[in-house]
Write a protein that binds this ligand. Structure first.
Ligand SMILES: NC(=O)c1ccc[n+]([C@@H]2O[C@H](COP(=O)([O-])OP(=O)(O)OC[C@H]3O[C@@H](n4cnc5c(N)ncnc54)[C@H](O)[C@@H]3O)[C@@H](O)[C@H]2O)c1
Length: 268
């Protein structure tokens, strides 16, 4: 019999002995990514500010046969972010994967002239500053081990504009991708790669409600008809992309923006 492991076995253990931190991940895309990495052998910690959602994520993980560790913190508080990273590094001894999932459009007005300075500040703080603070705390830990995979959650909005989220979100996600490029260049020599995933609309309960407010059923049907694969995205679509970019085998992919949008927006 061939001594090499089967493809199936390799897939299940891809993240064995790897430690992953996924931010703002009690629900939605981050939660799905957490279950995916944990199912493939990673020791996963998720952060969120919502204690009840963290408990539900733990319970749902158990139902699915995967374990995720949780830590409640508010990522808008830099001290809490730094303490969270220090605690994880001390308990695990390493952080191999950072998924900067924190972000969101915060339902600010769609139209530019209706947005306030405060709308801009809140959206940039959540999508950019919280991601920067976490990354700044985690990179020294990755550097010590000469290995790291940073996966930033961008958006189709940051590359192609948005049909329902306003300019602060679009600008913030563009900044996340620009941040990615420079990290990829600066820390590649340390064995650390950095890439962005750019999902189109993914049907989480929150996005369902949001689309319901901002688009009529006819508009929504037209949007789906314009997507080449003729469906909207699922959290599992994004989790699969996270797992690839977070894996050791993606080591030569650095500074990329991976579109996960069914072909709704494409570029060469
Ligand atoms: N859902 C989509 O259609 C979509 C599309 C493209 C990109 N994205 C991006 O993917 C990421 C996840 O999106 P989602 O739709 O799954 O989000 P979500 O709104 O479903 O979940 C976000 C989580 O973040 C937590 N959170 C919010 N503020 C926090 C804070 N200050 N500190 C700690 N936790 C906090 C919430 O409690 C919640 O559990 C975001 O960066 C978003 O911009 C989402």
């Amino acid at each position: 019999m061939c001594p090499c492991p089967t493809t199936e076995r390799r897939a299940v253990t891809r993240f064995e002995n790897r430690v992953a931190l996924i931010t703002a991940a009690a629900t939605g895309l981050g939660q799905a990514a957490a279950y995916r990495l944990a199912a493939e052998g990673a020791r996963v910690t998720i952060w969120d500010r919502d204690a009840r959602a963290l408990q539900e994520a733990t319970d749902e993980g158990e139902r699915r046969g995967v374990r995720v560790r949780v830590r409640q913190l508010d990522m808008l508080e830099r001290g809490q972010v730094e303490a969270g990273v220090a605690e994880l590094a001390a308990s695990e001894g390493r952080i191999d994967v950072l998924v900067n999932n924190i972000g969101g459009s915060l339902h600010v007005p769609f139209r530019f002239l209706e947005q306030s300075d405060e709308d801009w500040e809140r959206v940039l703080a959540l999508n950019v500053s919280a991601c920067v603070a976490t990354t700044r705390a985690v990179i020294p830990v990755m550097r010590r081990n000469g290995y790291g995979r940073i996966v930033n959650m961008g958006s189709k909005a940051g590359r192609f504009g948005s049909l329902f989220a306003g300019t602060p979100y679009v600008a913030a996600k563009g900044a996340v991708q620009a941040f990615t490029l420079q990290l990829a260049q600066e820390f590649g020599p340390d064995g650390i790669t950095c890439n962005t995933i750019c999902p189109g609309a993914i049907l989480t309960p929150r996005v369902e409600r949001f689309l319901g407010e901002r688009q009529t059923p006819e508009e929504r049907a037209r949007v789906v008809a314009s997507i080449p694969v003729r469906r909207q995205g699922r959290v599992e679509d994004v989790a699969a992309a996270v797992a690839y970019l977070a894996s050791e085998e993606a080591g030569f992919v650095n500074g990329a923006a991976l579109d996960v949008n069914g072909g709704q927006a494409m570029s060469i």
